[in-house]
Ligand binder design. Structure first.
Ligand SMILES: *Cc1c(COP(=O)(O)O)cnc(C)c1O
Length: 404
């Protein structure tokens, strides 16, 4: 069998559901900020698997923890205890200042679990009449791909022809506290929101928005659920993006970088009795909280802190943002970002962001377009100043060209 690039791509196309349209590169190896394709070409990864590989590809300490645990015990199910779960709970609670933890696998599962938990809390603690719970979400949200979650998406691609959907969700504009005040009713149990809208194109809300949101939620006994699956664990230059706003969520969702990209690990964290309403048999997951996942997540959290990745994200993110802002190009409409969660929005007449990403590939950079005109940039948090400068030279070379 030949292993040419064409074969991998053609074979995927022949057998796979076409729910993705990858850039034409076949990767076979990764280390730190770098990945290599099957031809041996090296690229700087400016996507980090949507922030799942924040600790860098194949981090040796996470790898060692995974291999060591895989030799000992991988899965027990929650029918029995294992000797990793308690340690994972203790460490994630200490890191995030949370009281209760529910371990799941994918990010979307964490979102679904939070929805179930806040509804249950609404009926059993807040006193909402059964079946009447309302959850408020934002336009242009991204919370995953399960049926429950896409039902309250506002993107026609995401929800089109997948209905009917579950009721109980109300959509308001992002960044508009007055709209939240207006949408809350006595039956509102939660406001589910991303601190920065990632998939929407790195949309940062106005200053003070989350202070008002926090006050409104507290005043109305509404649980503030922050989806930090992408923004959390150092991506924005702080452990949690909520710290930029000086607030604390009632429920925080983590995923992606919680495993450093080795394994799907997600968690619902709560600062109050939301998770306390779940009783044995009412929720679960065969793989959630398994010893392999716990060992991997423990190592992923440890290296994030021990190796100063969060501080590095703040420092290099500022450098990257400044550098992007210094690029004088007619193609650029706006540059924005916080920490190493960055985006370049192109003028619509400059052509599709996809063309720019393909050109960047030719220069040794892998970045991802979103919503036609935005290039998002999110390298691993271990990136150095030299590597940022190296990337900026290439971004400047491509952004000053016209691909319309
Ligand atoms: C990626 C993401 C999810 C979904 O995570 P999966 O692991 O793909 O299910 C949910 N919310 C946000 C903000 C995300 O970025």
């Amino acid at each position: 069998m030949s292993s040419s690039v064409i074969d991998f791509i053609a074979t995927e196309a022949r057998f796979g559901a076409h729910n993705y349209e990858p850039i034409g590169v076949v990767l076979s190896r990764g280390e730190g900020v770098w990945v290599w394709d099957t031809e041996g070409n090296r690229y700087l990864d400016c996507l980090s698997a949507y922030s799942a590989v924040s600790q860098g590809h194949c981090h040796p300490k996470i790898l060692a923890a995974m291999v060591e645990q895989a030799h000992r015990l991988t899965l027990t199910s929650r029918a029995f205890h294992n000797d990793q779960l308690a340690l994972f709970y203790e460490e994630i609670a200490a890191l995030t200042g949370s009281h209760k933890v529910l371990p799941m696998n994918s990010g979307a599962e964490a979102v679904e679990s939070a929805i179930k938990s806040v509804r249950k809390w609404g009926y059993e603690v807040k006193g909402v009449p059964d079946g009447q719970a309302e959850i408020i979400v934002c336009a242009n949200n991204f919370h995953g791909r399960t049926l429950g979650v896409v039902g309250f998406s506002t993107d026609p691609e995401t929800r089109g022809h997948f209905g009917p959907f579950a009721p109980g969700f109300k959509v308001i504009p992002f960044g508009d506290a007055a709209a939240l005040a207006e949408a809350i009713t006595p039956n509102t149990v939660a406001f589910l929101v991303e601190p920065i809208q990632g998939e929407a194109g790195v949309v940062i809300p106005p200053a003070g928005y989350f202070t008002e949101v926090r006050e409104l939620c507290t005043a109305n006994n509404v649980m503030l659920v922050l989806d930090e699956i992408q923004t959390g664990l150092g991506r924005t230059g702080k452990l949690l993006a909520e710290q930029h706003e000086g607030i604390e969520a009632d429920v925080t969702l983590l995923g992606k970088a919680l495993s450093g990209g080795f394994y799907p690990v997600s968690a619902v964290l709560s600062n109050n009795d939301v998770l306390g309403t779940l009783r044995p048999g009412q929720h679960g997951s065969t793989f959630g909280g398994n010893p392999l996942a716990c060992a991997v997540a423990r190592a992923a959290m440890r290296v994030l802190v021990e190796e100063g990745m969060i501080e590095n994200a703040a420092r290099q993110g500022a450098r990257f943002l400044e550098g992007l802002k210094d690029i004088r190009a007619n193609t650029i409409r706006e540059v924005r970002g916080r920490g190493l969660m960055l985006a370049v929005e192109l003028h619509p007449e400059a052509g599709l962001a996809r063309r720019y990403c393909e050109a960047l590939q030719g220069k040794g950079i892998l970045a991802k377009d979103t919503h036609e005109h935005t290039i998002r940039i999110a390298p691993p948090l271990v990136i150095t100043s030299d590597q940022v400068d190296w990337a900026l030279e290439r971004f400047a070379a491509i952004l000053t060209q016209d691909f319309s």
